[in-house]
Design a protein around this ligand. Structure first.
Ligand SMILES: *Cc1c(COP(=O)(O)O)cnc(C)c1O
Length: 348
């Protein structure tokens, strides 16, 4: 018998209503197509076991994970037939696992198609490469007899640069249309979050937003429709008074220009608050006072200036400014990295 674990000194404040509202907004912006949800990488670091049932409640019926090991994050919360595994079957064991639990493999190559058929086949999705050159069946392979034998639910492709207005989008769209004409399938899908913003011609039957669900801003014009979902919150472990001339943290990169009151927070680069935040970024107390980061971020700790919040005590909680577009500007990390790097020590 272990005693109950005490509360972690850091947690991810998760706004359920914002996630649901974001899915509904992206579904609406998808027009006649339905929105699915990319829930790979633990729902972009936000916690798939929490997010998946909320997305189901919102109306989502198509869930995309990357790894076979991520299936358990979605099933049994949702029907296995609603789950697609983007990496596809690399081995016989992967194909057997898909057959046994009823999730759909995304077939990415002729070898995967043959492997799936050898395992008994059944409903699957098919990824066609229209320019990413990462995963997917090549355009000149579409006539292969193995593909004609597949029972394809969603024929999908993935955009290279949908957050930009580049001619590549139209090139990929026309290849995707060509693939739709070449292979039997039930539904077609091309757009990720940013792709939804490219308009109706990109929507097909199903869209696959990820970033936008979790509060990322894929294209500036989508800002009015999407809300922040997660906010890292952290406890103050210790408060101390510095004299002018004393330094803070590893390598003494910050020196107090005057007497200062500072706090050590239970958050560091091991939690995904990477060292690029050193001397940057802002925490807030309950009243919204700005508490800037001082010196280097260490593995488990970050020090902030408590000058604007004289009432803050040890054990109080602070919230990190983590509006993703702005946090991306400040840190130099992408919105995707800001989400998926959030570590395992957060209470979720
Ligand atoms: C991750 C992923 C998505 C979601 O992309 P976002 O840019 O996060 O909306 C969609 N489709 C595929 C194939 C993906 O790998």
């Amino acid at each position: 018998m272990h005693p109950e674990r005490p509360q972690a000194p850091l947690r991810l404040d998760f706004d359920d209503d914002a996630l649901i509202a974001n899915w509904k907004a992206l579904d609406r912006l998808s027009g006649a197509a339905r929105a699915g949800a990319a829930v790979k990488a633990n729902a972009y670091g936000t916690g798939a076991r929490h997010a998946v049932p909320l997305l189901l409640e919102a109306g989502c019926r198509d869930f995309f994970v990357a790894h076979w090991g991520e299936v358990a994050d979605a099933v049994p919360a949702v029907d296995p037939g609603m789950v697609s595994v983007l990496h596809g079957p690399l081995t016989q064991a992967d194909a057997a696992f898909a057959k046994a639990c009823g999730v759909k493999p995304v077939i990415n190559s002729l070898a995967q198609a043959r492997r799936w058929l050898a395992a008994g086949g059944g409903r699957c999705d098919l990824m066609v490469d229209t320019g990413m050159n990462r995963l997917g069946v090549a355009m000149d392979e579409l006539g292969d007899p193995a593909l004609a034998q597949l029972d394809v639910d969603v024929l999908l492709s993935h955009l290279v640069a949908s957050e930009e207005d580049t001619p590549l989008n139209e090139v990929q769209r026309s290849r995707w249309m060509e693939a739709r004409g070449a292979l039997t399938h039930r539904r077609a899908s091309l757009a990720n979050s940013a792709g939804i913003g490219l308009g109706e011609a990109y929507h097909g039957d199903l869209t696959r937003p990820g970033l936008g669900l979790y509060g990322g801003l894929p294209r500036a014009e989508m800002a009015p429709h999407l809300r922040q979902v997660v906010r890292p919150q952290v406890a103050v472990l210790q408060v101390r008074d510095l004299e002018a001339g004393q330094s803070v943290g590893y390598n003494a990169t910050f020196t107090a220009p005057r007497a200062m009151r500072v706090g050590a927070l239970a958050l560091g680069y091991a939690d995904g608050f990477l060292r690029c935040w050193s001397g940057k970024g802002m925490f807030r107390d309950g009243e919204g006072a700005a508490l800037p980061v001082l010196g280097r971020v260490s593995m488990d700790l970050t020090v902030v200036d408590l000058g604007a919040a004289p009432h803050v005590r040890e054990g109080d909680w602070l919230t990190l400014d983590y509006s993703l577009p702005e946090a991306s500007e400040v840190s130099g990390l992408t919105q995707y990295e800001l989400l998926t790097s959030l570590g395992r020590r957060f209470g979720r």
